[in-house]
Write a new protein. Structure first.
Length: 572
């Protein structure tokens, strides 16, 4: 739990305060049976009412002190655990934001949600329990053994075998339950992922009437979670009663032998009652210890899963040692190759060479799976190239600090992603400091001002999660406006006009040309009509460059481009 060290240094004072109070509270509980023994043997048995009253008042004072210590440790534990949970949850969220896309690909969305909620809650509850009651259990167990043995040494042969048997049971239980609780968390991941996929694609499910199939998938994930939890809890259900049984054997043994010792005059009744109380405390403490160990097994699983997120690679920092070149090209790809981690097939891009001047529009076209979106991801540095080099204004992209690169670039992805809030807030995602005039200008350029003006509250109209109250074309135009308000040097449009009709797309393109100025635009599309007027066109096929030039040049020299043109437009 190396990543937890900084939280320990932050909350160790509250932790030690809680442990001190727990120790004092346990001492108060351990003293009660000893005073009860004296009250019976030295007071009640001899008819000394004054001794009984005085001893009772002492016991009442000890109980009151124990209650005060309990309140203080509860307050300390609650403060420390809640702040600890909030801090680690915040740090994980920041970590996820800074993770490289390659690292993000290693985790499912549902798994990250589970780790950030359920797993952190497991750690938070364990920290709370550790400071409130978990430390009290071993203190009470050891203290009760010492106090019971100090009453009469004859009780030691009864206590020793019981403690040994309980230790064996607990050790075997931990070894069995750890892998089972690991499967519980994995099953919870599966359930969350299934539910997220269903909610994300609920319209598609309704359209294709796949209710039975989705119900089957959910039932399988739900049953898997229930079965794995039952298998884990079944072990706990067996060995917890076994611990209680062992301790009760000890109580029965002490009553059996104690009756003989009392009859022989070698032990008093008060001592028997105190010993039975201590055995009860031992039983409760051992039960608590077994619960702590069970909880620790589950927390250990959660800790491993949280640690995996914190150990994931962050975005690669800029490498300032690489020399920049003086060049007229704004974007340069030099022998760029890329292959996704774990890929067993062909590389996504291979030996890609081209350059685009500042202010030019580059159209990227090619068959499905040719590497168009991969090119956009590399240009945004979501992934690092496997070979070759990408340069922005002569500077290697890996040498540009992440904040500076993000300020220079903007992307409109294939799938429009909007957030709960107003239309204005979604557009201002691109630049929070944009003025109302700049916001409206970006919306006009994206052909979004018209439908925004017709909305009930205009730019202050609230849109639902993922823009559920907007059409596909409206969402795409808002995404374009969000990118334009940023006024980037490089704008990447990744097939983001697929939901627009040809006339609206043409209007958006003309508006982009009007506001672009020195902005370099990379237009990735499936439509040949969208790239025909671009300054340069890059044709991709199977990750390779099949052609590069203007529309006229490619019609003469590139068979792949010519085939796409003929299939979409034909001789007309």
């Amino acid at each position: 739990m190396a990543y937890l060290k900084k939280y320990w240094s932050k909350y160790n004072r509250l932790f030690f305060a809680s442990i001190l109070c727990v120790t004092c509270e346990a001492a108060c509980d351990l003293l009660q049976p000893r005073f009860m023994s004296r009250l019976i043997d030295d007071g009640a048995a001899r008819g000394d009412l004054g001794y009984v009253v005085n001893t009772g008042l002492i016991m009442l004072g000890i109980a009151g002190a124990g209650a005060v210590f309990a309140m203080v440790r509860n307050i300390s534990a609650s403060l420390a655990s809640q702040r600890f949970g909030a801090d680690i949850r915040h740090d994980m969220f920041v970590k996820i934001q800074n993770m490289s896309v390659e690292s993000m690909d290693q985790f499912e969305g549902g798994s990250l949600v589970t780790r950030m909620t359920n797993d952190i809650t497991q750690l938070q509850n364990f920290a709370n329990g550790m400071m409130r009651i978990f430390f009290k259990a071993p203190i009470m167990c050891v203290g009760a053994v010492i106090m019971a043995s100090s009453l009469n040494i004859r009780t030691a042969p009864i206590i020793a075998p019981i403690l040994f048997a309980v230790a064996v049971i607990i050790t075997m239980g931990m070894r069995i339950t750890f892998p089972r609780f690991t499967k519980v968390q994995q099953a919870l991941d599966k359930l969350n992922t299934t539910m997220r996929e269903y909610l994300a694609g609920i319209r598609l499910v309704k359209a294709f009437r796949r209710f039975d199939e989705e119900e089957r998938r959910f039932s399988e994930a739900n049953d898997m979670l229930a079965d794995s939890t039952i298998r884990a809890v079944r072990v706990m259900a067996v060995y917890s009663p076994m611990i209680i049984l062992c301790v009760n054997f000890g109580v029965a043994a002490i009553i059996f032998f104690g009756a003989r010792w009392v009859g022989a005059g070698t032990m008093q009744v008060g001592e028997i009652m105190a010993f039975i109380t201590y055995m009860t405390q031992i039983m409760n403490s051992l039960g608590m210890i077994s619960m702590v160990l069970n909880t620790f097994v589950r927390v250990k699983t959660s800790n491993e899963r949280i640690r995996e997120v914190f150990d994931a690679e962050a975005e690669e920092p800029a490498k300032n040692q690489t020399r920049s070149l003086q060049t007229d090209a704004h974007i340069t790809f030099g022998g760029v190759g890329f292959e996704y981690k774990g890929s067993t097939g062909q590389a996504a891009l291979s030996g890609l060479d081209f350059s685009v001047a500042r202010g030019e529009t580059l159209g990227v076209i090619g068959p499905t799976g040719s590497g168009k979106s991969t090119l956009a991801a590399l240009l945004m540095r979501f992934y690092g190239v496997s070979s070759g080099e990408i340069r922005i204004s002569g500077t290697p992209i890996n040498a540009i600090p992440e904040r500076e690169l993000r300020a220079k670039t903007a992307i409109v992805p294939q799938t429009a992603s909007l957030f709960t809030g107003t239309i204005r807030e979604n557009i201002l995602w691109g630049d929070a400091d944009a003025t109302p005039a700049q916001t409206e200008e970006a919306a006009r350029a994206a052909e979004a001002h018209g439908f925004i003006s017709e909305a009930p509250d205009g730019y202050d109209t609230v849109i639902g999660q993922q823009g559920v109250n907007l059409s596909g074309g409206q969402k795409q135009r808002l995404s374009i406006a969000r990118a334009l308000v940023r006024r980037p040097e490089i704008l990447v449009l990744d097939d983001c006009t697929s939901a627009l009709d040809v006339m609206t797309e043409a209007k958006v393109k003309r508006a982009l040309k009007r506001v672009s100025g020195d902005m370099t635009c990379v237009l990735i599309t499936q439509r040949v009509s969208a790239v025909m007027t671009c300054d340069k066109i890059l044709v991709l096929e199977n990750g390779y460059r099949a052609g590069f030039g203007t529309h006229g040049e490619l019609m003469d020299s590139c068979e792949v481009y010519r085939d796409i043109y003929m299939s979409q437009i034909g001789k007309d």
